[in-house]
Design a protein around this ligand. Structure first.
Ligand SMILES: Cc1cc2nc3c(=O)[nH]c(=O)nc-3n(C[C@H](O)[C@H](O)[C@H](O)COP(=O)(O)O)c2cc1C
Length: 161
C-alpha cells in the first residue's frame, strides 16, 4: 500500500516485523545530570574506523544532552533486563536511583549484567526527519556470553535455539 497519514499505524507495525536487540544509551549532561534511554535503533556501521549508530527522537527528554554530548555509552541488554529496559523507556526522569552502574567515558553510566557495552565518542550527527542519527566511534568495548533481549512486533521476545 502507498504510505499516507492514515496508515502510519500499519507502517509502524510493518517496521516492527524487523527484530532488534534492545539497548540503553547513556550520557552525562554538562550540568552533571545523567541521561539514559531505551533504544532499539542501534546498529553497526564500520570496522575501520569502528563506528556504530543509533537514532533519537527530537522530542526525547534527553535529546539536548545527547545532541551535545562528546561521549555516550551503549548498554546492550540481556534477556533478564526487561525491567531495566522498561524503566528507561518511561517518559520523564529515568530511574538511575537504586540501580547499580559504573561510569564510562564522559561520565556515561555503564550498567551491570549487559551482553555488551560500547563506549563511544560522538563522531557525526545526521538529520533523520523527526529523529537525529548519531554515529559514535567506539573507544572501548566489553562483551559477555549472556543471551540478548530481543524486541519485535511491539514486544519483548526471548531467543530460543
Ligand atoms: C524497545 C524500545 C526501543 C526504543 N527505541 C528508541 C530509539 O531507538 N530511539 C528513540 O528515540 N526512542 C526509542 N524508544 C523510546 C524511548 O525509550 C522513550 O520514548 C523515551 O525514553 C520516553 O521518554 P521521554 O519521552 O521522556 O524521552 C524505544 C522504546 C522502547 C520500549
Amino acid at each position: 500500500m502507498q504510505i499516507n497519514p492514515d496508515n502510519i499505524r500499519d507502517f509502524r507495525n510493518a517496521l516492527g516485523g524487523f527484530p532488534t536487540g534492545v539497548t540503553i544509551i547513556t550520557a552525562q549532561g554538562g550540568n552533571g545530570a545523567l541521561a539514559g534511554m531505551t533504544a532499539s535503533s542501534f546498529n553497526t556501521v564500520s570496522m575501520d574506523p569502528p563506528l556504530i549508530l543509533w537514532s533519537i527522537t527530537r522530542g526525547a527528554t534527553y535529546f539536548p544532552v545527547f545532541d551535545e554530548a562528546s561521549h555516550f555509552s551503549v548498554n546492550v541488554l540481556a534477556e533478564d533486563q526487561q525491567e531495566l529496559s522498561n524503566g528507561f523507556a518511561k517518559e520523564g526522569k529515568k530511574p538511575f536511583d537504586g540501580i547499580s552502574f559504573g561510569t564510562g567515558l564522559g561520565g556515561a553510566p555503564l550498567f551491570d549484567g549487559c551482553v555488551a557495552q560500547f563506549q563511544c565518542e560522538t563522531w557525526a550527527k545526521y538529520d533523520g526527519g523527526d529523529h537525529v542519527i548519531i554515529v559514535g566511534k567506539v573507544i572501548e568495548f566489553e562483551s559477555s556470553d549472556k543471551t540478548p533481549l530481543v524486541f519485535a512486533g511491539g514486544g519483548y521476545k526471548l531467543l530460543t535455539n
